[in-house]
Design a protein around this ligand. Structure first.
Ligand code: IVH
Length: 677
């Protein structure tokens, strides 16, 4: 160490500690503390320092490993082949330098003339995962973790529809496919909408959302979050030869039935790389999912082998990242918006600023606590971030630029739209207007929800129109939509006779719906599509649902106390019952009784199992498969709704909990009897 200047050694130590701190927050806690670009900068500075002074590159430096440690509550999985990461290029020059380095090294290794060929792919913004198939069957899925040990998320990954549980014919004895689990933009938007409605924290980006969903102990939650998967490489492979090029490997994976993204190509030399980069950049917004760059991989396997690895990443690959979607601007004001359920959301009005090619003029602040936590004041200079279709958000305030007259935000005590009182229950983050449908803002949002595609699907009833019919006092509740006349509609702004007639036709069509859609359309707090479906399956008719008290509602699978209370409260309100009657009177109808409880699909239909301990002959996987195949459900935790706890040797706290709750505990033999009937 004597040759290393003290300042450099101190800086390296500080960087290491700082990076580890952010890594922990990011990988272990799923709660990133700094923007990726800043993390990259810290990491690079450390890499550079260590390159200048090799004595600084200690074994415990974050540059020497891939990042993160597995959480203790999911089983650990040791990867058969290390899961590595990629070096980044942040500018086109750096991408050119990558190609240059590769060409030079390959030339030294005796390669002939001509540009290097690269497999070019997207850099998905999700979570790396290893899928292990034995004799074509999915036996295990694990997260990357620290690269050598990850977490077992098999049960969760099974819920991803695009992941094949069995590969197509001719699968080798062992094949590990590696790729990215991600959440589509629209699913993230929907999830965040739900989080917001419940007053829960929103996910800052699709990667956090995917990680949150994948690392659930309860796979049912994962299933609700609709994840996707794209394969981009191989892990362990036995009993088959690896194809000669990476692009052929991807074709092979696709032929085996794995999802491989179609946005890929083979490019020649640096011109080819940059052409791919620019083409992807242009179509980025139109993709269903977020990407944060592209990835270049030397295509020929033999050339990859010649290039090899440096500590944490292959020399033959490089991630060319897009410029960060962040910018600095000023908060001109903080206003309050009123949502469908009356939730008041502070929204920062910003001095217009271009972020990732789009002009941003406002950013959500979610709720009052969030404003305090980030300490955003009117007049502040802030960093805003836009990630795909997610609403722009304020990442942080730049404290040095706070003007002396910066003003703090205060939640109003009366609704800015209808002047009703604002309430905020002590245990909730969300302040709400108490005006209900008296409040124009809530009425508008309720109508938009009612008309939305997944609800009554009234084509053509958009925001502008709803605004006009509410402000013009034409419509006070959803039923009145159906009595709008051709003359009224044709007289509205931007409405011709033709579109008015179209809308009337759409309204007419919407009258015939399903009970599921109708219940969802009512906009009951906490009742999304999936709950609406469960309610229909359970009760079969609206009358039965309306008559149910909280106890009866709690008997519906997946309905907890908060949801039950919300439903009971909704139907107890006379004006809600009246609104339903009015809708029926307006001709809204559905085939009653159709969704009534489904006939039992298997011997275990409707039964929920929790597994614990080691069974004498069945693995956990096999037991779960048997339960699912017989129509049952498998849950990760014991509750009053659990029907059976299937316990083996060394069963732990789940067994105790089952005994405490009086849930039936069975062993493997009893389980087999249940299965056989
Ligand atoms: S290949 C040995 N290809 O980026 C190379 N990774 O920093 C291993 N990623 O952990 C990775 N898209 O989560 C590869 N097309 C792609 C990718 C990709 C996204 C992620 C992956 C990995 C990280 C590497």
């Amino acid at each position: 160490m004597s040759t290393v200047p003290r300042a450099a050694a101190e800086r390296a130590a500080w960087l290491r500690a700082e990076i580890e701190r952010h890594n922990h927050a990011y990988y272990v806690l799923d709660a990133p503390t700094i923007p990726d670009a800043e993390w990259d900068a810290l990491f690079r500075e450390l890499q550079d320092l260590e390159a200048q002074h090799p004595a600084l590159a200690t074994a415990d430096s974050p540059t020497q490993r891939v990042g993160g440690v597995p959480r203790s509550d999911l089983a650990e999985v040791r990867h058969a082949v290390l899961m590595l990461s990629l070096n980044n290029a942040l500018t086109e020059d750096e991408a050119l330098a990558f190609d240059h380095r590769v060409a030079e090294m390959l030339a030294k290794a005796g390669r002939g003339e001509g540009p290097v060929e690269y497999a070019c792919e997207l850099k998905f913004d999700g979570l790396a995962i290893n899928l292990r198939y034995e004799d074509g069957l999915l036996v295990q899925a694990a997260t990357r973790g620290d690269g050598s040990v990850g977490e077992d998320v098999t049960a969760n990954v099974r819920t991803i529809h695009s992941v094949p549980l069995r590969l197509h014919d001719a699968a080798p004895p062992v094949l590990e496919a590696r790729g990215e689990v991600l959440m589509f933009k629209r699913d993230l938007a929907r999830l965040n909408e739900r989080q917001r409605a419940r007053g829960d924290k929103e996910f800052a980006n699709p990667r956090n959302a995917a990680a949150g969903a994948l690392r659930q102990l309860d796979a049912r939650i994962t299933a609700q979050r609709r994840l996707h998967f794209f394969a981009y490489g191989l892990g362990e492979l036995r009993g088959a030869a690896e194809p000669a090029t990476h692009s052929a490997t991807l074709d092979w994976l696709a032929a085996l039935g794995l999802p491989v993204c179609a946005e890929r190509t083979v490019a020649r030399g640096s011109d080819g790389l940059l052409a791919f980069y620019r083409a992807v950049q242009r179509k980025r917004e139109r993709l269903d999912y977020d990407i944060d760059g592209v990835v270049y991989k030397v295509d020929a396997r033999a050339e990859q082998v010649a290039l090899g690895f440096v500590s944490r990443a292959p020399r033959w690959a490089c991630a060319h990242k897009f410029p960060p979607q962040e910018a600095t601007t000023q908060v001109l004001d903080i206003e309050v918006q009123v949502g469908r359920t009356g939730a008041l959301t502070p929204v920062a009005r910003l001095a217009p600023v271009a972020v990732g090619g789009v002009t941003v003029t406002n950013a959500t602040l979610h709720n009052e606590d969030e404003v305090r936590r980030k300490d955003v004041r009117i007049g502040d200079t802030v960093i805003v971030r836009r990630a795909g279709d997610v609403i722009p958000e304020i990442v942080a305030v730049v404290p040095e630029r706070r003007p002396p007259d910066a003003r703090e935000f205060a939640m109003p005590s009366r609704c800015p739209v209808c002047d009703s009182a604002v309430e905020r229950p002590a245990d909730e983050a969300i302040a709400r207007c108490t005006g209900g449908l008296v409040c124009g803002a809530q009425r508008k949002q309720a109508l938009l929800h009612f008309a939305s595609r997944r609800a009554l699907d009234i084509e053509g009833l958009g925001e502008k129109l709803v605004e006009q019919v509410v402000e013009g006092d034409w419509v006070h509740g959803p039923a009145e939509l159906f009595s709008l006349s051709l003359e009224t509609l044709a007289g509205l702004e931007r409405m011709g006779e033709k579109s008015a007639a179209n809308l009337l036709h759409a309204l007419d069509k919407a009258r015939s719906t399903t009970l599921e859609r109708f219940i969802y359309a009512l906009g009951i707090r906490h009742v999304g599509e999936s709950t609406a479906r469960d309610l229909v399956h359970h009760f079969g008719s609206l009358a039965a649902l309306q008559a149910a008290d909280e106890a009866a509602l709690l008997a519906v699978p997946d309905v907890g106390p908060v949801v039950a209370a919300s439903i009971a409260h909704f139907f107890a309100e006379p004006h809600n019952r009246e609104a339903i009657e009015q809708l029926r009177a307006a001709g809204v109808q559905w085939p009653e009784g159709e969704g009534a409880a489904r006939p039992a699909a298997g011997r275990l239909a409707g039964k929920t199992f929790v597994l614990t301990g080691t069974l004498p002959t069945l693995t956990r996987e096999q037991a779960s498969e048997l339960i699912l195949a017989a129509g049952g459900k498998v849950s990760g935790s014991v509750s009053k709704k659990t029907d059976y706890v299937l316990a083996g040797d060394e069963a732990g706290s789940k067994l105790e909990k089952a005994q405490a709750l009086g849930v039936a505990v069975i062993d493997e033999a009893q389980f087999r009897k249940l299965l056989e009937g």
